[in-house]
Design a protein around this ligand. Structure first.
Ligand SMILES: Nc1ncnc2c1ncn2[C@@H]1O[C@H](COP(=O)(O)OP(=O)(O)OP(=O)(O)O)[C@@H](O)[C@H]1O
Ligand code: SF4
Ligand SMILES: [Mg+2]
Length: 435
């Protein structure tokens, strides 16, 4: 297993605990096809006022790891292990009531799909007002004024008129801003932004990112930005976690990830984004192959079927995250020698052809792995959760408390969360009492 027991995650400058510390978090879902290992032993930490980028392709576990922080993956079909320490409390073990108080107040999330998170039947202002009133005693008129202020803060023109509009009357970019306003309503200490700029054009993307930076400076909020695009976090993140198949395969400062990346998957991500500092007129290279099944994961290094530098032993031995030379914070899970990785990365940057790069890996000396055993969990892929293991945290998903079926999609999870936060008693929608 790629765990980080040997390498402690980044902590504060010695003055105490970080704001957030995720420790060996694992989230598995029981499905009819087998157990989906959506998050498999990830660890990281985040200090107040800093930004962490979580980057990886679709299905790498980015959203699930963040929803778990808010208790939104709890169900009878999920198994959650590890700790998420936030302000001294473990969010994994926190009781429902306490978790609800933290959610939307100290921690907020900008959901991946703003349409599913903004209720279509309620005016944007009403949803903002309810988000505030759910957590503090504030009069409706004061909350309404603050709702308009928040819309103004996120750059929505004519905010006093806009508070009385419905989400469908907002453009995509404005809905994204309204979601940010909603997430900021209670001045959270931690803001999780899940793909906050996907589906927006490049100009609006840049505006949203600079808005987040600006708000962070003003409010001191810590931010987690989730994205599949390393380019998005290039300017804004202090630290970056690269996720593959439910694990962190490389973690370091943005400087380390962009200037001395160590994992072949990170190289792939970097080669697939345009870089202004790239002197050559080089074509962008997508990573070949597809992300693996999280039920039947590849043996050994999970990236091996797609890795151009794979050696035989890598198909059998599962690499642990370990420190990169000269850095206490930069860690990588790759079995190649660090000097070989450096040579390959230099070769990539200087435009060497793929075959000669692969020859560098093939010619490198390999340690003797003959005594390394295949981890047990890889031999039992696809097995069901054993009896008694199911629902480590039970009855927490909003629908389940009412005996409803567990949510089947993340959109549904988001919608239920939103309904829970904004129960349909607001009365300004087109239904009874609304208009
Ligand atoms: N409730 C669930 N039951 C079963 N599998 C799930 C559930 N929720 C998520 N998954 C699976 O967990 C894996 C990780 O999903 P997640 O949504 O975290 O990916 P992601 O990295 O956010 O991807 P994307 O970039 O597409 O948003 C996926 O394989 C997904 O299908
Ligand atoms: S361990 Fe081998 S297969 Fe895995 S990323 Fe490193 S070089 Fe590639
Ligand atoms: Mg996602």
């Amino acid at each position: 297993m790629t765990t980080e027991t040997e390498t402690a995650p980044r902590t504060t400058n010695g003055s105490g605990q970080p704001l957030l510390s995720v420790e060996d978090l694992r989230v598995a879902f029981h499905t009819d096809d087998g157990v989906v290992h959506a998050v498999d032993g990830i660890s990281y930490s985040l200090e107040a006022g800093k930004t962490l980028g979580i980057v990886g392709e679709s299905g790498s576990g980015k959203t699930v790891s963040s929803l778990t922080m808010l208790g939104l993956t709890r169900s009878k079909r999920s198994k959650i292990q590890g700790r998420i320490m936030f302000q001294g409390e473990d969010m994994v073990a926190l009781e429902d009531n306490r978790l609800r108080r933290v959610r939307g107040n100290d921690v907020s999330m900008i959901f991946q799909d703003p349409l599913s998170a903004l209720h279509p039947f309620y005016k944007v202002g009403t949803q903002l007002i309810e988000a505030m009133q759910a957590h503090r005693s504030i009069s409706k008129s004061a909350a309404r004024n603050r709702a308009a202020e928040l819309l103004e803060l996120v750059g929505i023109p004519d905010p006093k008129r806009r508070v009385d509009q419905y989400p469908h009357e907002f453009s995509g970019g404005m809905r994204q801003r309204a979601m940010i306003a909603m997430a900021l309503a209670n001045e959270p200490k931690l803001l999780i932004a899940d793909e906050p700029t996907t589906a927006l054009d490049v100009t609006v993307q840049a505006q949203i990112l600079s808005l987040l930076q600006d708000l962070q400076q003003r409010l001191g909020t810590a931010i987690i930005i989730i994205t599949h695009d390393l380019g998005v976090v290039a300017e804004i993140a202090d630290d970056i976690c690269v996720m593959y198949a439910g694990r962190i395969v490389e973690r370091g400062s943005a400087e380390e990830i962009f200037h001395s990346p160590q994992h072949p998957y990170t190289w792939g991500l970097l080669s697939s984004i345009p870089r202004l500092d790239n002197p050559r007129d080089e074509e962008l290279v997508p990573i070949s192959g597809r992300p693996p099944s999280l039920i039947n994961r590849p043996s050994g290094c999970h990236f091996h079927p797609r890795c151009p530098y794979v050696r035989d032993a890598h198909k059998r031995v599962d690499p642990q995250l370990s420190p990169v030379d000269g850095s206490t914070e930069h860690v990588v899970a790759c079995l190649l020698e660090s000097s070989v990785r450096s040579r390959i990365w230099d070769g990539i940057q200087s435009g060497r052809d793929a075959e000669s790069l692969q020859r560098m890996a093939a010619a490198s000396a390999e340690p003797d792995y003959s005594n390394v055993a295949i981890p047990v969990d890889q031999e039992s892929e696809g097995s069901a959760l054993s009896p008694g293991e199911e629902g480590v945290v039970e009855s927490e998903a909003p629908g389940e408390r009412h005996g409803a079926a567990p949510p089947q999609t993340l959109d549904e999870v988001n919608r239920r969360f939103q309904e829970e936060r904004n129960p349909p008693s607001g009365g300004d929608g087109p239904g009874p009492g609304g208009g």
